[in-house]
Design a protein around this ligand. Structure first.
Ligand code: PAF
Length: 292
């Protein structure tokens, strides 16, 4: 594995690889790597000649200052982990904020239409614009053949698909399945911030979504939605866990492709429906999803 901190050095390495006709996989991350990231990197290693793994906590995609400050940063451990995966193939790109944004705060504004107007979009103003700016910059620097993103951030994938349609870069977008802990919690860098008590409650999110998938066989969309929200908002009361916040922010059942809410199961198109949730757990915001 080679660590690169300068954009120009990454561009030079990519240019050499391109001249040799090599394929390039890109795995954009914000570090604090877990098995979910490692599954993306392992897949990218299998499918490409070289793999650029970026580790960059992108300040412009955080709409909450405290979330940015508290975002876990574990760069040394991250680099050690990456090195165990495929030392000869990996370029680990770890730029500073100034290196990524040499002109200062970027001013580009993207519009992605309906896919960004639901769920995370209105609740995290500026978030997807910040994601699009950094991902495009990474595309420009790494010029990947394929780019790998985890499906836990389901709406982010739709936004990046829309970005690729706009900028018309010939990059294959590769969505990768959620990786879960043994108790069902979707792996996320933010899980590191959960207190032991909050971590013990967190699997209730996936357990509730799994039950919702069973209910969907015989219940209406609105009834499933209401049941999920009720179950999670009363979970701490039912389980007599008084002092811990456990609060769903939203649960939406949407068409898996357009991300628009549906009110009848048969409104979902070819890809079916997906239920997306955001939950506040003791000050940490977790997202997850279930496919119906
Ligand atoms: O999914 C993430 O970790 C980030 O949003 C990404 C894609 C690395 C951009 O900063």
């Amino acid at each position: 594995m080679k660590q690169i901190t300068q954009a120009a050095e990454l561009q030079a390495a990519v240019a050499t690889a391109k001249q040799q006709g090599l394929s390039i996989g890109l795995v954009p991350t914000m570090g604090a790597l877990h098995k979910g990231h490692l599954s993306l990197i392992s897949r990218a290693i299998k499918e490409n000649d070289i793999v650029v793994v970026s580790l960059f906590v992108n300040p412009i995609q955080f709409n909450n200052k405290e979330d940015l400050e508290k975002y876990p940063r574990t760069i040394d451990a991250d680099l050690q982990l990456i090195a165990t995966l495929g030392a000869d193939k990996i370029l680990a790109f770890t730029p500073s904020v100034d290196e990524m944004y040499p002109q200062g705060q970027p001013s580009e504004v993207y519009h992605f239409g309906p896919v960004e107007e639901v769920m995370e979009g209105p609740r995290r103003p500026g978030h997807f614009n910040g994601v699009a700016i950094v991902v495009r910059r990474l595309f420009d620097l790494a010029q990947p053949t394929r780019a790998y993103f985890g499906e836990k951030d389901y709406q982010q994938i739709a936004v990046i698909r829309a970005l690729l349609e706009q900028i018309k870069y010939p990059i294959e977008l590769v969505p990768c399945p959620i990786i879960r802990a043994d108790d069902g919690l979707a792996l996320s860098s933010r899980n590191m911030r959960l207190s032991p008590a909050a971590r013990a409650m967190a699997p209730a999110i996936n357990a509730t979504l799994e039950q919702a998938a069973e209910m969907a066989e015989y219940e209406e969309v609105d009834d499933v939605k209401e049941w999920v929200l009720d179950t999670l908002s009363t979970y701490h009361l039912v389980n007599a866990i008084e002092n811990l916040q456990f609060e769903p922010e939203y649960f939406e059942i949407v068409d898996a492709k357009t991300l628009q809410p549906i009110s009848e199961w048969n409104e979902a198109g070819d890809l079916g429906a997906v239920g997306c949730i955001a939950v506040w757990l003791d000050g940490v915001r977790l997202i997850d999803l279930v496919k119906f």
